[in-house]
Design a protein around this ligand. Structure first.
Ligand code: F0G
Length: 481
């Protein structure tokens, strides 16, 4: 059954035209890509199904040899006309143009002629000001790029549209992932849209119901393994070596390419003026790698003049990258047994840590970790700004507060938080928080008293106007917000 070297690889495309491109030019106008091992530099057009380098076992990344020309690094047109082209596509009804990922296809690997992307119109996510959170963190300008506003309510869709499209192009009938819930929800949806079957491996009892229900709804074969996320990854890696299954975890370099577009879209929304800092949560560290890769590529292509500092925040209970940076100088990563209520980032052995390390260092960013209480507080504060997010996303605000206190982020610097998942992904966490049950019976119960100012438990009343009016008055008298 083993299918090796099955050609997840290079697409050939027509040369980009330098004049105003027509719609059909645009369809095929994308970069010729290759795969390169991040460790030994081995360059390949095809990989094994585990996406590991056959020479050294490390990860591949997508590179674009065609970008290097006599005119320097370019995708075939000046950066200003590229920005104009991307802007113009916003008025198009073409499926690729309405996708907030494929709209930037000049910076993505191209599908072969005749293959269309599987798209749910992903990307196109809003950038919000967070005035109250800014005050609480001690910075003047704080915005959030809400990747939870994607079709399946997490950032995973931006990578999935690309990688699932490559899976279909290669003729796979089955795709699979190990997941803490969001990758699986996204994969199941894109597989269904692309008429492929999907297999989900998730840790039993350790993902939110919202995410589990999504993969069931989208028709995935969903296996809850008696293991943590890292255990699910181990099983899947072995399985894809035995069966013709396309792996859709973030070791798949095409996922990273799609996820890059969050940073491109962000810079477009900021009129190509990079914020001083971008802060995002770190789990398996694919997303940090992706956003960092985008920043470096945009700088090299002349789309932006400088790099934002990219900082990664982990939960204290799932902090192998933090430990690697602070205790081992980034030289090695010691896997940990992960535990955090932010189940999305409950990961002890992140696959993409070397890629993330590279971009944190290239951009001059920081790596921090935050406690469960800090994360819960930050989540409530993001909610109170009318935005909301899932617990893992909230480590960004909690981490920012620490980075401001340390002086790494200055009060007058601009900051963008990447919110990775929607508030409705994990309603159980939110309800427990507001009812005051989140840490009940745990060692953190006493410390959790600090959260009271943010708690808004639902109030059960008799169905009378008096009862409701009295409650309102109580709130006003107590000066509660
Ligand atoms: N935020 C959310 C909401 C996530 O679902 C994840 C990862 C992350 C942050 C961390 O991103 O792994 O690229 O560093 N979720 C994966 C999953 C692991 O299976 O859904 P990362």
């Amino acid at each position: 059954m083993r299918s090796r070297n099955c050609g997840f690889g290079t697409a050939t495309t027509s040369a980009p035209s330098t004049m105003n491109p027509t719609a059909s030019d645009i369809k095929t106008q994308a970069s010729v890509s290759r795969l390169r091992c991040i460790n030994c530099g081995n360059v390949a057009d095809r990989t094994d199904q585990d996406f590991r380098c056959p020479n050294c076992g490390d990860l591949f990344e997508v590179v674009y040899p065609g970008w290097l020309t006599d005119q320097g690094l370019t995708v075939g047109q000046p950066s200003e006309s590229l920005k104009q082209l991307w802007r113009d596509r916003k008025t198009s009804f073409d499926a690729s143009d309405t996708s907030g990922v494929w709209r930037f296809r000049e910076l993505l690997p191209a599908l072969k002629p005749g293959y269309e992307p599987i798209t749910l119109r992903e990307g196109n996510t809003p950038l919000y000001h967070l005035p109250r959170c800014a005050q609480s963190a001690g910075v003047q300008l704080l915005q959030a790029k809400h990747q939870g506003m994607n079709p399946t309510a997490s950032f995973k869709d931006t990578g999935m549209t690309v990688a699932a499209s490559f899976a279909r192009q290669e003729g796979f009938q089955w795709v699979a992932c190990a997941s803490t819930g969001n990758t699986s929800a996204s994969m199941a949806a894109y597989a269904a849209r692309g008429a492929m079957r999907s297999l989900v491996l998730i840790p039993e009892g350790k993902i939110s119901w919202g995410k589990l229900s999504q993969s069931l709804d989208y028709g995935a074969v969903t296996c809850q393994l008696r293991a943590d996320f890292d255990g699910c990854v181990r099983v899947l890696n072995e399985l894809v070596r035995r069966k013709p299954i396309y792996l859709l975890n973030s070791v798949n370099p095409y996922r990273i390419e799609g996820q890059k577009t969050a940073a491109i879209e962000l810079l477009e929304q900021l009129n190509w003026q990079p914020p001083d800092h971008i802060v995002l949560p770190g789990g398996n560290l694919g997303n940090s790698s992706a956003l960092g890769k985008a920043l470096v590529e945009m700088r090299d292509l002349g789309l932006i003049a400088r790099l934002s500092k990219l900082s990664v925040i982990q939960a204290e209970g799932a902090n192998p990258f933090y430990t690697s940076m602070h205790e081992h100088g980034g030289k090695k990563l010691v896997p940990t047994q992960a535990d955090t209520l932010a189940t999305a980032i409950r990961i002890g052995n992140p696959a993409s840590w070397k890629k993330a390390l590279r971009v944190v260092q290239a951009t001059g960013g920081a790596v921090e970790h935050v406690s469960e209480i800090e994360m819960a507080m930050a989540k409530a504060e993001i909610g109170a700004d009318g935005v909301g997010c899932e617990p893992a996303s909230a480590v960004t605000l909690a981490g920012l507060k620490k980075l401001v206190k340390q002086g790494f982020v200055k009060p007058n610097e601009s900051v963008v938080l990447i919110l990775t998942g929607h508030v409705l992904k994990d309603p159980e966490f939110t309800l427990k928080f507001h009812r005051g049950d989140l840490f009940a019976g745990t060692a953190l119960e006493t410390d959790a008293g600090a959260l009271a100012s943010q708690q808004r438990a639902p109030i059960v009343l008799d169905a009378t106007v008096d009862a409701v009016a009295k409650t309102l008055e109580q709130f006003e008298n107590e000066g509660r917000q």
